[in-house]
Design a protein around this ligand. Structure first.
Ligand code: 5AD
Ligand code: SF4
Length: 482
C-alpha cells in the first residue's frame, strides 16, 4: 500500500527519527531547518518558497499546511514562483483543463530552474494520484525533484528533507491511507478566517468524478480534534470558519461514536469568538431536516448553502449515481427556502454528461429557472480516466458548447435577478480587502457569500461591519457603511 521510504544516510547517522506522528514530522522540520540555514548562509540571503494552489478549498487548506512546514523550516514566502528556491504546485485533476494549467505553469519554470540550479520544484495533490500523469512528468519534465500525492501530505517535512538531500527525484505516492495526523503546523492565508477540514475523501462515486479515486475513502476527524482546532483559531483571532469536506452531510458516519454534521455544528456554534460558520460541500441526498433546523436557528451559520445539482434530468442523475431525482431536488430547495427565506442557494452544474439529450438539458434549465440559484458554477463534462462515465458514449463539443452558453446566460440572468432583490437591504459584511479597482473602497463578504464594495480603509479588514446594499451590479453590490 505504501511505497517504501529510504531514509537518507545523513538522517540515519544522527539520532533516529521517531516512528510516531506528528513527532516524526517535527523531527524532519528540524532537519530541514538546519539544511535551510546552511544553504542560506552559503548564499548570503534567506531561502524563499512559493506554494501555488490549483483547485478547490480543500487544496487551499492543504497549501496552508505546506506553507506552515516551509515557514517552520526557515523559508520566506514570496509570490513569484520563478524567483523561489522551493516551488510546489498543489494540483487539481477534477477536469482536464486543471491538468493543462499545471503543465503550462510547469513548462514556464524550465527557464527559471536553468537560471538558478539550486531551485527545488515539487508537485503534490490530486493529479499526482494518477500514475499516468506521474509518468509523463518524470519523462518530460526533468526539472521536477519532488512528487507526492494527497494521502501522505502529512509527510511533507520528511519528503522535503529528502528532496534537499538526494540528487534524484523523490517520488512517494500512496494509494490510500486511513491515517489522519493532527497538530502539524499551518500558515493561514488570512488572519481572520480559516478553512477547517472535518473529513477527507469521498465514498459517493458519482460516475463522472475522479475525487473518490484521488482522495480516497471518506474518513471523518474526531469532533474533539475539530473543536480544539477551532478554539485555537478563535484564540488566534479567527472569526469565520469554513468547515470543509467533499460531502459534509455524511460527516461522522465512520467514527467510533457516530456524530451527525448537525450535532457538530451545534458544538461549533458554542465556541466564543467564532462569529460566522460556513461549510462546503453538501450532497443533496444526505441533507437532513435536522441540518436545516440547525441552520435556521443559528446565529452564526451563514445563510448560504452550496448544493450541487449537477443535472436537472432524473434520467441523467441516475446515470451519474447521484441518488436523487429532479423532483426531490426541487422539493429540497423549496423546503430550504421556506425554512430559511433569506438563504442563498448556489450550485454546480455539468453540461454534456454522456448521453445528455436536448430534453435532459431542458430539465436542467427548468431547475435553474425554478430554484433561481444565487450563483452557479457551470462546467462542460470532462472525461476522467478510470471513471465509469469516461467509458460511456460522449456528447460532441458542437452540442455541449451551445448548451453551456445557454446555461451560463440563464444562470447569470437568475443570479442578477436575485441580486437585484437585495438592493436596499441592511446586512453585515466581513471586510476582506481593499477594492482591486478603487483604493477608496473595501470589499466585504455578506453572510450569503455575495460581495459588497463600499467606502472604507484597511483598518476595516478582518472586521464584520453593518452595511446597506445600495446598488446591484449583477453578481455583487455597491453599498455604504451603516
Ligand atoms: N467534468 C466536469 N465537471 C466535473 N465536476 C466533477 N467532475 C467533473 C467532470 N468530470 C464538477 C462537479 C463538482 C465540481 C466540484 O466539479 O460539478 O460538483
Ligand atoms: Fe465527486 Fe460526487 Fe464525491 Fe462530490 S460527492 S467529490 S461530485 S464523487
Amino acid at each position: 500500500m505504501i511505497s517504501s521510504i529510504n531514509t537518507p544516510d545523513s538522517i540515519r547517522r544522527s539520532d533516529s527519527a521517531p516512528e510516531s506522528e506528528p513527532d516524526r514530522e517535527y523531527y524532519f522540520i528540524d532537519a530541514c531547518r538546519r539544511e535551510v540555514s546552511r544553504r542560506s548562509e552559503e548564499l548570503g540571503r534567506p531561502l524563499t518558497c512559493c506554494v501555488v494552489t490549483f483547485g478547490c478549498q480543500m487544496n487551499a487548506r492543504d497549501s496552508e499546511k505546506l506553507l506552515g512546514v516551509l515557514k517552520e523550516a526557515g523559508y520566506e514566502e514570496i509570490s513569484r514562483e520563478e524567483e523561489a528556491d522551493f516551488v510546489i504546485f498543489n494540483t487539481c485533476t477534477v477536469r482536464e483543463n486543471a491538468n493543462e494549467r499545471v503543465y503550462g505553469r510547469l513548462g514556464q519554470l524550465v527557464h527559471a530552474k536553468k537560471k538558478r540550479p539550486g531551485m527545488i520544484i515539487g508537485l503534490c495533490g490530486c493529479m499526482m494520484q494518477e500514475p499516468s500523469e506521474v509518468e509523463t512528468i518524470l519523462s518530460r519534465y526533468r526539472h521536477v525533484s519532488l512528487i507526492f500525492g494527497t494521502h501522505n501530505i502529512f509527510k511533507f517535512a520528511e519528503l522535503l528533507y529528502r528532496a534537499m538531500a538526494e540528487d534524484r527525484p523523490v517520488v512517494d505516492v500512496w494509494k490510500d491511507t486511513n491515517q489522519i495526523v493532527e497538530a502539524l503546523p499551518t500558515a493561514r492565508k488570512y488572519p481572520y478566517k480559516s478553512g477547517v477540514n472535518i473529513m477527507f475523501g469521498c465514498n459517493n462515486f458519482c460516475t463522472y468524478c475522479i475525487v473518490p479515486y484521488v482522495r480516497g475513502r471518506e474518513r471523518s476527524r474526531e469532533p474533539k480534534e475539530i473543536l480544539r482546532e477551532i478554539e485555537q483559531l478563535a484564540a488566534d483571532g479567527v472569526i469565520e470558519v469554513m468547515l470543509l469536506g467533499q460531502n459534509v452531510n455524511s460527516y461522522g458516519k465512520g467514527l467510533d461514536e457516530p456524530v451527525s454534521f448537525a450535532d457538530l455544528l451545534r458544538e461549533v456554534e458554542k465556541i466564543d469568538g467564532i462569529e460566522r460558520i460556513r461549510f462546503m460541500t453538501s450532497h443533496p441526498k444526505d441533507l437532513s431536516d435536522d441540518l436545516i433546523a440547525v441552520m435556521r436557528d443559528s446565529k452564526k451559520i451563514c445563510r448560504h448553502l452550496h448544493l450541487p445539482l449537477q443535472s436537472g434530468s432524473t434520467r441523467l442523475l441516475h446515470k451519474m449515481n447521484r441518488h436523487y431525482t429532479k423532483e426531490q431536488y426541487l422539493e429540497l430547495a423549496a423546503k430550504i427556502r421556506r425554512e430559511i427565506p433569506d438563504i442563498a442557494i448556489t450550485t454546480d452544474i455539468i453540461v454534456g454528461f454522456p448521453g445528455e439529450t436536448d430534453e435532459d438539458f431542458e430539465d436542467t434549465l427548468d431547475v435553474v429557472r425554478q430554484v433561481r440559484f444565487d450563483s452557479a458554477f457551470t462546467f462542460i463534462y470532462s472525461p476522467r480516466t478510470g471513471t465509469p462515465a469516461a467509458r460511456m458514449q460522449q456528447v460532441p463539443r458542437e452540442v455541449t458548447q451551445p448548451r453551456f452558453d445557454r446555461l451560463l446566460a440563464l444562470v447569470q440572468e437568475t443570479a442578477a435577478a436575485r441580486c437585484a432583490e437585495g438592493v436596499g437591504r441592511e446586512d453585515t459584511a466581513l471586510v476582506e480587502n481593499i477594492d482591486d479597482h478603487d483604493s477608496a473602497l473595501v470589499t466585504g463578504r455578506l453572510g450569503n457569500n455575495e460581495m459588497v464594495h463600499f467606502p472604507g480603509d484597511a483598518s476595516l479588514i478582518g472586521k464584520i461591519v453593518p452595511v446597506k446594499l445600495t446598488e446591484s451590479r449583477g453578481f455583487y453590490y455597491m453599498g455604504e457603511r451603516l
